[in-house]
Design a protein around this ligand. Structure first.
Ligand code: ADP
Ligand code: MG
Length: 684
């Protein structure tokens, strides 16, 4: 058996039999350490008893007194009432219990007791409806005469039980618990040692001490997490079997051929990426940039740089529409460079597919752009050197890994326009380096966003008509139907039919939805891009990435059904040219939350601000959606408010591993045991 006992099963504690152990297990408590890390969700300051004369109606009070006598009654079937008179220092009070018949047997006259409960003043007497009581003289008081921990309860466990268990565990095990955080970290952040921190977390001497103890556990959690991420980032990582030189002719030719100059921000991130690629350690980089900030060209630069070293590059996008757009754009810009680019999608003919796969395997094609189709087993490369994942929040981490594993120690660049608040970026992408494009290309107007009720639709259609007459284009996005893509497509089709014979009779109208065959989709989006369609009625397939600068209106139907991040993405489809653009949200918010969402989106264009709000409104789980599942449960860390600690501990973790990559130094040895289970959890 482990001499230190910290990992002892909870049954080793006095008072825990099989039944209680089962209940504790349901609350996630299996060992003593689990119990000690089962922290209170809040505290109540019960340091001083309430004087009887001060007790106010409805207030929660506590008092310590001697039982004078009392009564036990069963006024009707299923109800028993115990009422005891207690003599306290500040006068007599009456305490009542409902349906707890054992109480009057336990609390016989002369016994001293503490009661906590809601106060009911009747005439001159005071009655307390007891929620907790505790006999005095049986060890230290846990439910009163102190700052009292309030734990989250699960079935079959009450406050009293958990308190007596944590108190007992502290008294038996505390001396055996060994500090494992490095002294440097403890000192630098003035954190209490583990024994003090555990004690103060459960039974704090003051609320300030509880806060200090909490800070220790936040730092502990963040440090372990960041160490685990950093270890994952570097473990099993081979150096690249190839080398990149500094940017060559192809890169400079590409930059020269662009119809615009790169923004300072784009130049900055490009130099970060380019330098990353030149290192022998494979690049693991996240490129963040708000919608329309110009990430695509950066991806193309990276892909071209890979070819300069004689390697192949792959770009994966979440939708066919986007993959095709990237392919078209890549062909345009790479035209003069004499590079061979392929497009790989799901629905291609077997012949076409075979041709593409052969070209990739033989090295005939230098670049490939595609959808999820790229991660199939049959896709193999002659010499893959770089993978780029666009709109990475639409993919899981595993999909990135699968694509990456098609080469040896390949560089990887993941891009996202969903601005992820700092804390979450550090949490989710702690294993990635981050570059940010923090400005839009010059000459852009901020999109004007309005919310209107459906009654105003005729006016909105008129407005769209005027924009079209002025040579602009518009999107109309139809209700999101989470449950069924089929229904979503039908609603788009229905609206399209209505508009075609109604308000947009005289306008070139197009329809786009997910179930259309690939080449049909392509035909429609190409026509829209070339201005052969004025107004595109679409499902959310245009949500990400689509880039048609001449479009100036984004209309969203039933806007209340969309999340903030989605609305922001949709809005990002316009405002890409040099004229004023509009985003018109049509809807009927049915809930307060929906109303807040629409108000937020109309009040700001700042994606980061929106993401923060979104995170606050929905919490991290919902915000990230199911695809990003795999965040470890943080017991104390609040991912929204504790980002500074996350950042500090990230730096600490990197510093520790830089000097001591295998955690061999004496101060670091104890960390290894803590890290192993965490790494397993994170990489599964
Ligand atoms: P996103 O970051 O949303 O993927 P895109 O890469 O689609 O943005 O770029 C949006 C639009 O801005 C495209 O039409 C692109 O050609 C254009 N663009 C990119 N960089 C610049 C720049 N430096 N100056 C002007 N326009 C640019
Ligand atoms: Mg994009």
């Amino acid at each position: 058996m482990n001499r230190h006992g910290f990992d002892d099963p909870v049954q080793y504690l006095k008072g825990v039999g099989p039944q209680r152990a089962a209940r504790l297990k349901r609350a996630g408590i299996e060992s003593v350490v689990d119990l000690l890390y089962y922290f209170p969700k809040r505290y109540e300051d019960r340091r001083t008893p309430t004087a009887v004369s001060q007790m106010a109606q409805g207030q929660t009070v506590w008092v310590r007194g001697r039982v004078l006598g009392g009564s036990f009654q069963r006024p009707r079937k299923g109800l028993s009432v115990t009422k005891l008179a207690l003599e306290s220092q500040s006068g007599v009070v009456y305490a009542t219990w409902f349906n707890q018949p054992h109480v009057h047997r336990q609390l016989t006259p002369g016994k001293e007791v503490v009661v906590v409960g809601r106060c009911d003043r009747r005439f001159r007497s005071v009655e307390i409806a007891v929620s907790e009581h505790e006999l005095v003289g049986q060890g230290r008081l846990l439910s009163a005469a102190r700052i009292v921990p309030i734990y989250a309860l699960t079935e079959g466990l009450n406050q009293k039980t958990i308190r007596s268990l944590t108190d007992h565990a502290l008294s038996v095990y505390l001396d055996q618990i060994v500090e494992f955080l490095p002294p440097d970290v403890l000192n630098r952040y003035v954190l209490p040692r583990i024994r003090t921190a555990l004690r103060e977390m459960h039974y704090p001497s003051s609320l300030e001490d509880a806060a200090v103890a909490r800070r220790r556990f936040v730092c502990e959690e963040c440090l372990l997490f960041q160490l685990a991420l950093a270890k994952m980032r570097t473990s099993g990582q081979q150096d690249k079997p190839f080398t990149h030189g500094t940017d060559g002719n192809r890169i400079s030719a590409l930059i020269r051929s662009l119809p615009f100059t790169l923004t300072p921000s784009q130049r900055q991130v490009w130099s970060e990426i380019s330098q990353d690629m030149q290192r022998s350690r494979p690049m693991r980089r996240l490129l963040q940039g708000d919608v329309g900030s110009g990430k695509t060209i950066i991806a193309l630069l990276a892909l071209v740089k890979a070819t300069e070293a004689g390697l192949q590059g792959a770009l994966m996008a979440p939708t066919e529409v986007l993959a095709e757009q990237h392919y078209t754009k890549a062909k345009q810009v790479l035209n003069s460079l004499d590079l061979r680019v392929e497009l790989l999608l799901g629905g291609q003919t077997p012949r076409e597919r075979t041709r593409i796969l052969e070209n990739l395997l033989s090295g005939n094609a230098e670049l490939v752009i595609g959808t999820h189709a790229l991660i199939q087993d049959s896709v193999q490369f002659a010499s893959l050197g770089l993978v780029v994942i666009d709109e990475q929040h639409r993919f899981g981490v595993r999909q990135r890994m699968v694509l990456q594993d098609k080469g040896l120690a390949v560089d990887s660049l993941v891009m996202t326009a969903t601005p992820i608040p700092r804390t979450l970026a550090l949490t989710l992408y702690g294993d990635l380096d981050v570059s940010v494009i923090d400005e839009l290309p010059p000459g852009r107007y901020p999109v004007n966003t309005h919310f209107v009720y459906p009654a105003r639709l005729p006016k909105v259609y008129e407005f769209v008509g005027r924009e079209v007459a002025a040579g602009r284009q518009a999107y109309i996005v139809c209700p999101l139907v989470e449950e069924s893509e089929q229904l979503e497509n039908e609603s788009a089709t229905t609206l399209y039919e209505q508009l075609r014979v109604g308000p947009f009779r005289a306008i070139r109208l197009g329809l786009l939805h997910g179930r259309m065959p690939g080449d049909e989709k392509n035909r429609v989006i190409t026509a829209f891009r070339h201005g052969a369609i004025d107004v595109l009625v679409s499902t959310t397939v245009v949500e990400v990435g689509v880039d048609v600068p001449n479009a100036t209106v984004m209309m969203v139907m039933d806007a209340e059904r969309f999340g903030l991040a989605q609305l922001h993405q949709l809005r990002g489809r316009v405002g890409r040219g040099a004229t004023q653009s509009w985003c018109i949200l049509v809807g009927q918010p049915g809930t307060e939350e929906a109303r807040q969402r629409l108000e937020t989106i109309t009040s700001t264009n700042d994606g980061f601000k929106l993401a923060e709000t979104d995170l606050r409104l929905r919490g991290p789980g919902e915000f990230l959606g199911t695809r990003q599942a795999g965040l470890p449960g943080f017991k104390v860390t609040d991912l929204i408010n504790d980002w500074e600690y996350m950042e500090q501990m990230r730096r600490e973790a990197i510093g520790i591993l830089e000097h001591d990559p295998d955690l061999c130094e004496r101060d670091h040895q104890p960390l290894t045991a803590k890290l192993e289970p965490l790494i397993i959890k994170l990489s599964s």
